[in-house]
Design a protein around this ligand. Sequence first.
Ligand code: SF4
Length: 321
Amino acid sequence: MLRDTLRTPDDLVEAGFVPLSARDELAKVAARYATAIPPALAALIGQDQGAIGRQFIPDPSELHAAAHESSDPIGDEALSPIKGVVHRYPDRVLLKPTLVCPVYCRFCFRREHVGPGGGALRPDELHAAINWIGAHPAITEVIITGGDPMILSAGRIRTLLRRLGDIPHVKRLRIHTRVPVAVPDLINDAMIAALDVATPLFIVVHANHALEFTDPAQGALRRLRFGGVPLLGQSVLLRGINDSERALRDLFEAMLNARVKPYYLHQLDPAPGTARFHVPVAEGRALIAKLRGTIGGHALPTYVRDSIAGKRVLEESAVSD
Ligand code: SF4
């Protein structure tokens, strides 16, 4: 297995994931969007370039934005009252302590913002963000996202969870993360201890293909479970990755088998250069309709589209695109 995270076009050529002839074009992509493929996922790409590689290997098409695509497709910036905070719903708030990720998904709706250069909130910025949450008593739940918050050290996560839990009106915490499937080793004893907080905490795991539930990933999820953390799953409907009845069934069953409740299936948000992943809503609805009745109801997530106005359930509505 490769031991280092792949970050440059040269790394990708050396790993055999792209031809040498693509290197110069990919250098232009790399100048704009971060790349990181950690060893666990690089090993998977070696087995299945299609579904896994497509999620993480950069492509020259990323340099071409379609007219309807936006650098802030669901309005995070417009809804940010203070750096690191997004306030879309009265009772919930997003807190983004870092914009660094262990892996950079080519379809990410925050792709214009995430990356190693994005860094973490400075201590004074984090302090101000937590104070802002403390000053808004209608907020009962804090969703810690990014970037990927679980890339932070166990010590920083411990401190963050406790500071948020000390706010009397904050009744629940949530962490959105790719880490259990991307860098399962980070879910170690220190991290499990850091997650042991008095405030109810849920972890929402982002995975898009059944193959991501490797033995190490399942080990990480098991450790989280034994640590008493309820697990939910979220996915994005992606062309060439999970846009078939079989792929979605396998994904949701893999989640359930890992005791991760499928929670949301997201329609792709139109971030720049992501058109190759687009699946029309009508097709997504047809896929969900085929699955309903052929797998257990608890295996089916809610099919949604995010927007500046919030989530919209696509399955039963007459929404088209
Ligand atoms: S891990 Fe999440 S925030 Fe990071 S690139 Fe992937 S989708 Fe975006």
